[in-house]
Design a protein around this ligand. Structure first.
Ligand code: GDD
Ligand code: MN
Length: 388
């Protein structure tokens, strides 16, 4: 019997009932498996009369948040999951979630129930009027609030907000908000200029559009977390600084390179500190005084090792925070970083020596050696140590 091939079979008609979502809620999640079902239920209750879908973007959480979300998706096609692997980052998670949906309106909200889903319908009504690009859930307009925040956190947030105002060119009272809704075309206009560092995606978008965003705000009160804990540690301040640096100087030099060079600078300090301590103790306590040359070699070796290790760890923590190595990959990373820097060191000495022979300027020769080596170390470690 002849069965029709796939080619000949009539294409299935799109089922009439399944209409595409007009609003997508993009939710970055990391270790939120207990909150995910609560959020889906809350969205279901809040968003009556709106065709919505929710896109959870998980970074391979150890608590299997993605599995939890997929279980829900089997019962409810409005639930979708993007699971990323080997990468972390709140901003990039939001961006990839927005790019994974076709909905013309997109909201971003936290997956821990701290954002009030009941204002989503207001936001939607506001944005579909067509005269604004973004509706921001704000804790700082009348009717909003920060909930149970300690004084330190509230003050820090206010300070960061003031800094941000200079970049966005748009009147947003709460540019640090992780809760907002925007038109897809506004996001697409910002996309080529996004910095993608850190966790302030709204700020990044607002500072990246060719035209200032047209903004409306709705108040909401930041709720207290019931399950799980905040993922934003003290290093968020550093990430925030990186975003600001990138927005100001990113056109001229990658912010990763600035960070890498800063860490390198700290390495020089570490080097001389260890060198002095080791050398002094060898000369004072050991028989170092009799073998000064050998003592210096030992001290120099120890200083180099400690400085390279500290550079490696700091870069892993700060410069490559989004790709940070852990466990066994940390050891391999350390090894490859030492190799890269070892070759870089030889190049440094070679170049400085060559230049010094030709023009006799000590400082210029030394700086040229350092500059070339920094670029070399940066380029090579990005290929071999923190490879994607
Ligand atoms: N995919 C992914 N990857 N999600 C993440 C990551 C990550 O690396 N880090 C955090 N998240 C998720 C969390 O699971 C949560 O759903 C949401 O992002 C916010 O993270 P929290 O750790 O709960 O942040 P917070 O409550 O301290 O900060 C919130 O308030 C700030 C305003 O002060 C966030 O909304 C921030 O965006 C906001 O700026
Ligand atoms: Mn939170």
């Amino acid at each position: 019997m002849d069965r029709p091939t796939l080619h000949e079979a009539a294409p299935p008609a799109a089922p009439a009932r399944v209409l595409p979502a007009e609003l997508a809620i993009v939710v970055p999640v990391y270790n939120e498996s207990r909150n995910v079902p609560l959020l889906v239920a809350a969205l279901d209750a809040a968003l009556t009369g709106v065709r919505w879908e929710v896109v959870f973007v998980d970074d391979n959480s150890p608590d299997r948040t993605a599995d939890q979300a997929r279980d829900l998706a089997l019962a409810d096609p409005r639930v979708r999951v993007v699971q990323r692997f080997g990468r972390r980052g709140l901003s990039t998670a939001c961006i990839e979630g927005i790019l994974a949906t076709a909905a013309p309106y997109v909201a971003v909200m936290d997956g821990d129930m701290q954002h009030d889903e009941r204002v989503l319908t207001d936001m939607f009504r506001r944005i579909t009027r067509g005269d604004v690009d973004v509706v921001v859930g704000s804790r700082y307009v009348a009717g909003g609030g920060v909930g149970e925040w300690d004084r330190r956190r509230a003050a820090m947030s206010r300070f960061a907000t003031r800094l941000a105002g200079r970049l966005t060119r748009a009147p947003i009272t709460d540019p640090m908000s992780g809760f907002f809704m925007l038109r897809r075309d506004a996001f697409m206009a910002a996309l080529p200029n996004l910095s993608t560092v850190g966790f302030k995606i709204l700020l990044d978008i607002a500072a990246s559009t060719p035209e200032p965003l047209r903004v409306a705000e709705v108040p909401y009160t930041f709720r207290t977390r019931q399950h799980g804990e905040s993922k934003l540690d003290s290093l968020v301040l550093w990430e925030y600084l990186q975003l600001l640096l990138d927005k100001m100087f990113g056109r001229y030099v990658p912010v990763r390179f600035i960070s890498f060079a800063m860490v390198g600078g700290s390495g020089v300090f570490v080097h001389f500190l260890v060198l002095t301590i080791v050398l002094e103790s060898l000369l004072t306590f050991g028989d170092g005084a009799a073998h000064q040359g050998r003592s210096f070699a030992i001290a120099q070796g120890a200083a180099t090792l400690v400085a390279t290790t500290s550079n490696f760890l700091l870069n892993n923590l700060l410069t490559y925070r989004d790709q940070r190595l852990t466990g066994r990959r940390l050891w391999w990373g350390w090894l490859s970083f030492n190799l890269v820097c070892g070759i870089g060191f030889l190049a440094n000495v070679g170049i400085a020596h060559y230049l010094y022979q030709r023009q006799n300027y000590l400082i210029v020769s030394a700086l040229a050696g350092i500059a070339v080596t920094t670029v070399w170390n940066y380029a090579m470690s990005s290929i071999f140590t923190w490879r994607k």
